[in-house]
Write a protein that binds this ligand. Structure first.
Ligand SMILES: CC(C)(COP(=O)(O)OP(=O)(O)OC[C@H]1O[C@@H](n2cnc3c(N)ncnc32)[C@H](O)[C@@H]1OP(=O)(O)O)[C@@H](O)C(=O)NCCC(=O)NCCS
Length: 183
């Protein structure tokens, strides 16, 4: 199993934060995250129950084909996931880009977990020279995600309209170039 273990991360200095590759046992997590109206508030609302299995299978296939990095965020030594973080190929204004996104179960929000997980995945991306330029598109209303982008070293480019579930919403376009970054 592909795992990124935290070593000298700020958040994880006294804990065992790790990122574990998304696997066939993780459909419950996709349902708990993407079926939850609070988690999906700034992402166009919850995903219908009957689409979850399809999303899970497609995600699993992409992970196995290595066309995405999709990890569960595991904050405790027991390895139980609290959320997900990933980088995947996408398209912006007709051009291929790499995009990053994250989600946490409500009980785990507000502890700096995604910032710590983001540092791990960006360090690994730079070390492997896999995704050297990465974009993120949080809703303008998603204060925590915009704060996370800033803390991770992304630069704010512009306000745009982006759709996830449902119609396009005002979103911030952030980008990081890893070559000259802190990672
Ligand atoms: C967005 C989300 C990932 C945040 O993760 P988290 O680990 O709980 O993030 P934190 O609560 O530690 O907040 C990160 C930063 O945002 C800041 N922040 C949180 N809420 C804020 C608010 N309302 N206004 C301003 N800053 C805020 C925090 O202060 C923190 O900065 P700090 O560490 O300097 O204090 C999580 O809330 C989530 O999963 N939301 C639902 C799914 C989602 O929206 N995903 C993102 C799609 S782009």
């Amino acid at each position: 199993m592909n795992t990124i273990q935290s070593i000298n991360d700020n958040f994880a200095s006294n804990s065992a934060l790790s990122l574990r590759e998304y696997c066939s046992d993780d459909m419950w997590l996709t349902e708990a995250l993407e079926g939850d109206p609070d988690v999906m508030r700034d992402l166009g609302g919850p995903t219908a129950h009957d689409r979850i299995e399809q999303i899970h299978r497609r995600r699993l296939a992409s992970v196995m084909e290595k066309t995405v990095w999709y990890f569960t965020i595991c904050p405790a030594p027991d390895g139980k996931p609290a959320g997900t973080i990933g980088i995947w190929e996408s398209e912006w204004q007709g051009l291929p880009i790499n995009e990053m996104g994250w989600m946490l179960l409500p009980a785990f929000q507000g502890r700096g977990l995604v910032t710590a997980a983001g540092r791990l995945i960006l360090s690994r991306a730079k070390a492997e020279e896999k995704w050297m330029e990465i974009h993120a598109f949080p809703s303008v209303n998603n204060a925590a995600s915009n704060a996370i982008c800033k803390k991770l070293g992304f630069s704010l480019l512009e306000e745009v309209r982006v759709a996830y579930n449902g119609p396009p919403q005002p979103s911030n376009h952030w980008k990081i170039e890893l070559r000259n970054s802190q990672y």
